[in-house]
Design a protein around this ligand. Structure first.
Ligand SMILES: Nc1nc2c(c(=O)[nH]1)N[C@H]1C(S)=C(S)[C@@H](COP(=O)(O)OP(=O)(O)OC[C@H]3O[C@@H](n4cnc5c(N)ncnc54)[C@H](O)[C@@H]3O)O[C@H]1N2
Ligand code: MOO
Length: 405
């Protein structure tokens, strides 16, 4: 059985990121940049006022009060047509460009206006106050966002301010999803007495979407070679093929043979982990193939460990936080065997503010109801010794819980 880290490494080393495509900026949130965003202008374009008030020359503001002549009004969006001479001021609004020879803004609350004149009554007279220099935010040619960045709403605002109506992003990896099993039926369809709902394909499609990929649901293949061969042909044109079920050792676990019949080269098919031992990885021509176990929890845990990094790799995504996360155990755990454990757990805050991870008493890899409720997976390395309540353990946070947003 292969260690988890080695399996992850082997999957990623096989493939290069996909090419870029151009999308409208209004559709780019959640995508990964394939080229840096470089400022196409300076912001602000020239020195502007940060306040509503009067543009003045600091040299005119000796001991207050000081009376100045107002020679014009400048609003945001209007290029100033005036230049101040000694003893002059201009009415100005937030965001407006300073008139020539002015260097300082006084706020209107500190002034008294009387016709063509303004008296600066009180307040600070510091040179340059309330002035935003040209290029204060960014300058023409400056790199705002690096290639490989997963675009947040804040990034989109910055890219828009840098004058980009569209952005180059990595094409979404197309992930074909094939469920296998005679017992499976689509949600909402009539169910025989021994049939269950095929939840894996639908759950994994949502998972792929959440990771930035584009799911292609190939439906359900029945447990016979003819149907499996037919279904595998449906993966043509995809960037990744993911199968679930049929990965174990029973006579009806046929996916490995079906893939071999199609010419797939298998790299590994057993990992020292629980849940998720029968994970298979190989290539079908240039297509990466990930065979996940049928047990619903095993499928989600192994997708988190192997499919998510593969999608991120194909997206060229950088800056992924790979630092381990730790918590205190909410209950004691016995010594582990040779498989790395991923225990479904809730996260809470202890009295001292530390994060407490409490595993569910049941860790059945068929219990979707518990993985749905879990906030994290407690990672127990192979042969980990027994642990006490309060001991520090590594966790893999899922969404939700006290670490979630
Ligand atoms: N003798 C052994 N038996 C098993 C072993 C083993 O080493 N020796 N490994 C066990 C482990 S661990 C796992 S995990 C499962 C994996 O089995 P398969 O990948 O072959 O999956 P299936 O047998 O097809 O299904 C397992 C289970 O999951 C249900 N299932 C399958 N597909 C779906 C789906 N799309 N949606 C919802 N549920 C699904 C299926 O009905 C079964 O109940 O094997 C153990 N056995
Ligand atoms: O690996 Mo299986 O997922 O233990 O049930």
């Amino acid at each position: 059985m292969l260690p988890v880290a080695e399996a992850q490494q082997r999957i990623l080393s096989t493939f290069a990121p996909l090419v870029g495509e151009v999308v409208g900026i209004d559709r780019a949130v959640g995508r990964v940049l394939s080229a840096p965003v470089v400022a196409r202008l300076s912001q602000p374009p020239a020195a502007v006022s940060a306040m509503d008030g009067y543009a003045v020359r600091a040299a005119d503001l000796g001991a207050l009060p000081v009376k100045l002549r107002v020679i014009g009004t400048i609003a945001a969006g209007i290029a100033p047509a005036v230049t101040l001479k000694p003893g002059q001021a201009a009415r100005i609004f937030t965001g407006a460009i300073l008139p020539g020879a002015s260097d300082t803004i006084v706020i209107q609350e500190n002034c008294d206006r009387d016709g063509d004149h303004v008296t600066v009554r009180e307040g600070s007279t510091t040179l340059g106050q309330h002035v935003r220099a040209g290029g204060n935010d960014f300058r023409l040619g400056e790199v705002g966002l690096e290639a490989g960045r997963l675009l947040s709403a804040r990034d989109i605002a910055l890219a828009a301010a840098m004058n980009w109506p569209s952005l180059s992003v990595t094409r979404r990896p197309r992930v074909a999803l094939l469920s296998t099993g005679d017992e499976l039926q689509h949600p909402g369809e009539p169910l025989g007495p021994a049939q269950i709902i095929a939840s894996n394909g639908i759950g994994l499609a949502a998972f792929v979407t959440a990771c930035g990929g584009e799911p292609i649901n190939l439906g359900i293949a029945r447990d016979n070679m003819a149907d499996l061969h037919r279904a595998l042909d449906g993966a043509r044109g995809a960037d990744v093929l993911v199968t679930t079920g049929g990965a174990s050792v029973g006579e009806l676990d046929l996916i490995q043979q079906a893939l071999k019949d199609k010419g797939a080269k298998l790299d590994f098919w057993k990992i020292a982990m629980r849940p998720g031992k029968p994970v298979m990885f190989g290539t079908l021509g240039a297509l990466p193939v990930l065979g996940l176990p049928g047990n619903p929890v095993s499928a989600i845990v192994t997708a988190t460990l192997f499919l998510r990094p593969l999608i991120q790799h194909l997206l060229g995504q950088k800056g992924i936080d790979t630092q381990p996360v730790f918590a205190r155990l909410g209950t004691a755990l016995k010594a582990n065997d040779q498989r790395q454990d991923y225990l479904r757990a809730t996260l809470t805050r202890g009295a001292d503010g530390s994060v407490v991870a409490s595993p569910f008493p049941k860790q059945d890899s068929a219990m979707l109801s518990l993985i749905a409720k879990a906030d994290a997976l407690i990672i127990r390395p192979p042969h980990a010794p027994a642990a006490k309540e309060g001991d520090v353990t590594e966790i893999l946070p899922l969404s939700g819980g006290c670490l979630g947003i």
